[in-house]
Structures are given as structure tokens and as C-alpha cells.
Design a protein around this ligand. Structure first.
Ligand SMILES: O=C(O)CCC(=O)C(=O)O
Ligand SMILES: [Fe+2]
Length: 534
């Protein structure tokens, strides 16, 4: 027993002190924990209220979509961890247990949203600073991103080996972290470590050394940094030695050096098509006057007797090859109906992975789509009939109606709609895709144009209109000038549906001929429609 001698009790005071310290420490941690949870609650509440004010507008903003996914993945994990270290009582109300029936995004979703943001950044030349402040093209659309948002975004990109973009976002995270004074599950040193390691992986040893030194200044005992520094320094020395030797011409090695990829060299290495695509997406290219002066518009009454009663507004967007837009060819009712029918069947666009033979999500095409049959709905059949009327082509071998919705940063890289000879596709359709009719079922607030990379033409979506072009020359050969793409959606949601018309059934309507040059799509009309109605 200790109490019998005061001297023996004395050590108890130490224990006592320890308990005070421990308890203080524990309470401080609990308070921090509750503080962090309260902070999450405030953000969730604030964002939810904003979202409910105007849901499509809120979710149509890529930054809001990203931060929503982040809140439901990374932040939710954080909250859960916080709660787990709490009492049994709190454990019993764990969020996930109680809401098993609601949807949660996955970490893949977070990565996807992060990649979408960098795609938008690159295509539309957006600055990290603007995005992180919630600005798109000069207008503020969302609450600024926090240091934590930027950090998680940087981390997702880093994990996808996109070190350039990871660096930009980590730098932004650092900038915000210093000002924010928030309890985060990561430290300033963690950000600095990502920055230095990204520099290293990009081959920029000098910057890697610089940033590792910064890290060691704020956390001198950081063991990985302390280990990496001499490694980087040695690598740099060797590299400089090699460079010196090479200048003298006595390395005996081939003259190749791994240089850090500068930003400029990155953008210069883009293919001409990529550059054309991005400029067109930004709406920066204008058609030359030789083309624009040939572009006319009129009411179309030919191709089918029905059009005499209901003429269609048609406008040339390009001549030879002819790209035509038909305005007001889908009604609001039809649009809503088609969207509602398609949505429950949506699947992510997939491709066959040649290595595994499995269907994997296609990176060149980020969207969800579904197919609708004429037989299942009078509305779908009506749309097919309308396509027949306005194009004058037979629908006997056309594909079903494809309905597509593009998500955050959704896009479709440059492609042809026709199958190349070697692809051997479309046998069951009696021939190649002779024509495309692409209906727009939404306006798009920013981005989302359909662009023709060979022609230098951008078409910005207009709800209810349809673009039409022939993919094949009269000889049946694919027309390379029809190469086109769907630009990433910057703000808003893009809905389209399309009808692909095949060669089979057109033998008498558009007999093929061996001339390579394509003729005009629409036959000349005898009289303008206005005369009928006057
Ligand atoms: O959505 C667009 O603007 C173009 C879509 C497209 O080219 C396609 O689905 O083949
Ligand atoms: Fe296409």
C-alpha cells in the first residue's frame, strides 16, 4: 500500500498530473473532433441550401459536382473516422448504417471528377486560381474550394500519375492552407511532400530539392524527406556531371537526356488535331468568308409531302461537305418524354479492352447512353419518321435512337461515325452509316459544342434542333472531312439523341456512283415556301 508513507504517495501526484494531462489532451481532441464535425455540418448545410435553390444550375457546375462527390467520399470517410473514435452511442448512429439505401459515390468517381476538371482546364484554358475561387470565365458560380478540396483533387491526380496537374493543385492547396487555419487530417508537410515528389517524378530535381528543404524547415524530423534529400542531391550531381561530360563530348553514351517537361513543350507537343479541337471548343475559329457567303437558310418543303404542311427551318452550317442544322424539330414534350424513357437504362460508354477482352469505361468518351426502339413508343417512332421526312432517306436499316447525357466534363474525342474498311462493322445494318442526325435536347450553358475538326466548324447546342450530315461519299467511301467531336461540358448538362442511317434501303433514293466528290445533300427546291403561304 502507498498511503502509509507520504513519500510513497508523492509519486501518485505524478500519476495525478499525468491523468490531468491525458484528460486535457483527450478533451482537446474530442473538442477538435466535434469542431471538425461542426465544420462539416456547416458546409454540408450551406451547400445543400444552395443546391436546393436551383438543382440543375448547381449540379451543372463542374466545381459543385466535384465538391459534392468529394463531400460524399473523402469528407464522409473523415466524418466516419471522427465518429468512430467517439463513444458507443455515437457509433450507433453511424451515417452509413442508417442510410444504406442512398447512393454514395466511390473513389473512382472522385478520380473521374478530378480528371474532368483538368480536362476542362486544358480545353478551355482555365486557371487553377479561377477554378479554385469558383470562377468560370470570369463569373463566380460556386463557393471557393478549400485547401482540403484542392489537396484531395491534387492527390487524385497524383494517384493517376498526372503530376503536372497534381502540382498545380497542391500549390493551390498550400496557398490556401496557410491562410485557412482549419483542422485538417493532413498537414502542411504532407502538401510539401506531394509537391517535392511530383517535381522529382517530372524530372525537375532542382525544384524537388528546393521543396524538400522547405519541408524540412517546418518539420526537421520528417524521415522520408530527410532520406530523399541526399538521394535527390546525388541524382542532380550525376546529371550535371553527365551534362558536363557531354559538352566535352566524352560520355561514350548516346545523346539523350531526360529533361523536365516544361509546360510550353507539353502544349507544343499536342497534335494539330488536338489544337484545332480545343480552339473550336472555345469557339475561337471563324469560317473563311468563301464559305460563310455560301451559307443560306430557308424553310424546307421538299423531300416528303408532309413538309408541305409543316415546313422545317433549315440552315447550312457548311457547304461541301454539307452540314445542315434543322431548327425546332423536337418539341418540349418529346424531349422530356425521350429523356424520361432513356434515363433508367443509362449505361456508361464502354470499349473492349484488347488485353483482357472485358468491357471497360472508354476514356475518349465520357457519357451515359441508352437505346430506344421505335416499337416501344409512339413518340420514338414519330421521331424516326421525322428523320425520314427531313432527310429524305429510308429508315429501314437505321439504328435505334441513341440517347446520350454528358456528365461533368463529359466529352467525345474526334472520331468518324462511319466504320473504316478494316473495321468490318455494321454488317447487320446492311452497310455503313451513310448519314448522322444529331438532335440537341438541351442548351448548354458553357462548352459542349459539336466541332468538326477538319472543317473548322463549331456547332453550339440548341434545344430542339438537329444537325445532319452525310458520312459517305456517293461512292460509298467514308468522307474524312466529317471528322467531329463533342467538346467537354463546362457548365450545365448536355443531352443529345442521334439517329444513324445506313446504306441499306437507300439504293433507289441515293444511288451510289463512282464519283468521289459528294453532291449536295438537299435537292434544289422549285419555289421558296414563303410563296405558298402568302
Ligand atoms: O454529342 C455530340 O455533340 C456529338 C456526338 C457524336 O459525335 C456521336 O455520338 O457520335
Ligand atoms: Fe459522332
Amino acid at each position: 500500500e502507498l498511503f502509509t508513507a507520504i513519500s510513497d504517495v508523492e509519486p501518485l501526484l505524478e500519476t495525478h498530473k499525468k491523468i490531468i494531462d491525458d484528460l486535457e489532451d483527450y478533451i482537446k481532441k474530442e473538442e477538435d473532433r466535434l469542431q471538425a464535425l461542426k465544420r462539416h455540418l456547416v458546409i454540408y448545410r450551406r451547400e445543400h441550401e444552395q443546391a436546393m435553390e436551383d438543382i440543375p444550375n448547381y449540379l451543372g457546375n463542374p466545381i459543385n459536382a466535384f465538391t459534392l462527390i468529394k463531400r460524399l467520399t473523402i469528407d464522409l470517410d473523415d466524418i466516419e473516422k471522427s465518429i468512430e473514435i467517439g463513444t458507443e452511442y455515437i457509433k450507433n448512429i453511424t451515417i452509413i448504417n442508417n442510410h444504406a439505401n442512398v447512393k454514395y459515390p466511390t473513389l473512382e468517381d472522385l478520380t473521374g471528377a478530378a480528371q474532368a476538371l483538368t480536362r476542362l482546364q486544358q480545353t478551355y484554358k482555365l486557371e487553377v486560381k479561377d477554378l479554385s475561387e469558383g470562377r468560370l470565365n470570369g463569373v463566380v458560380y460556386s463557393t471557393p474550394m478549400s485547401a482540403g478540396d484542392c489537396y484531395e483533387l491534387g492527390k487524385a491526380l497524383y494517384n493517376e500519375k498526372d503530376y503536372e496537374n497534381a502540382l498545380d493543385w497542391m500549390n493551390e492547396a498550400l496557398y490556401k492552407y496557410v491562410d485557412e487555419d482549419q483542422p485538417y487530417p493532413f498537414s502542411e508537410a504532407d502538401i510539401l511532400e506531394y509537391i517535392s515528389f511530383s517535381h522529382y517524378l517530372l524530372g525537375d530535381l532542382k525544384s524537388a530539392i528546393e521543396w524538400t528543404k522547405n519541408l524540412l524547415l517546418i518539420e526537421p524530423k520528417h524521415s522520408r524527406a530527410a532520406g530523399n534529400l541526399p538521394h535527390y542531391q546525388k541524382a542532380l550531381q550525376e546529371k550535371e556531371l553527365k551534362a558536363k561530360k557531354r559538352r566535352k563530348g566524352d560520355t561514350g553514351e548516346p545523346d539523350i537526356e531526360y529533361e523536365p517537361q516544361a509546360k510550353e513543350s507539353r502544349s507544343n507537343s499536342y497534335s494539330a488535331e488536338r489544337q484545332s479541337y480545343e480552339a473550336l471548343c472555345r469557339g475561337e475559329k471563324e469560317l473563311p468568308p468563301e464559305i460563310t457567303k455560301t451559307l443560306t437558310c430557308r424553310y424546307m418543303t421538299e423531300n416528303h409531302p408532309f413538309l408541305k404542311l409543316a415546313p422545317v427551318k433549315m440552315e447550312y452550317l457548311y457547304r461541301n461537305p454539307d452540314i445542315i442544322v434543322f431548327n425546332d424539330v423536337l418539341s418540349e414534350y418529346e424531349i422530356d418524354y425521350i429523356k424520361r424513357l432513356a434515363q433508367p437504362r443509362f449505361r456508361r460508354a464502354t470499349v473492349h479492352d484488347p488485353a483482357t477482352g472485358e468491357l471497360v469505361p472508354a476514356h475518349y468518351r465520357i457519357s451515359k447512353s441508352a437505346w430506344l426502339k421505335d416499337e416501344e413508343s409512339a413518340i420514338v417512332a414519330r421521331v424516326s419518321r421525322r428523320v425520314a421526312h427531313i432527310t429524305g432517306l429510308s429508315m429501314t436499316t437505321a439504328e435505334e435512337l441513341q440517347v446520350v447525357n454528358y456528365g461533368i466534363g463529359g466529352h467525345y474525342d474526334p472520331h468518324f461515325d462511319f466504320a473504316r474498311k478494316e473495321e468490318n462493322a455494321f454488317e447487320k445494318f446492311n452497310g455503313n452509316r451513310i448519314a448522322t442526325v444529331l438532335f440537341y435536347m438541351s442548351d448548354v450553358a458553357q462548352g459542349g459544342a459539336t466541332v468538326f475538326t477538319e472543317l473548322g466548324l463549331s456547332v453550339f447546342p440548341r434545344r430542339g434542333s438537329a444537325v445532319f450530315w452525310l458520312n459517305l461519299h456517293p461512292s460509298g467511301e467514308g468522307d474524312l472531312a466529317t471528322r467531329h467531336a463533342a467538346c467537354p461540358v463546362l457548365r450545365g448538362s448536355k443531352w443529345v439523341c442521334n439517329k444513324w442511317i445506313h446504306q441499306g434501303g437507300q439504293e433507289l433514293i441515293r444511288p451510289c456512283n463512282l464519283e468521289y466528290q459528294k453532291e449536295s445533300i438537299i435537292r434544289p427546291i422549285p419555289q421558296p415556301i414563303e410563296k405558298f403561304f402568302r
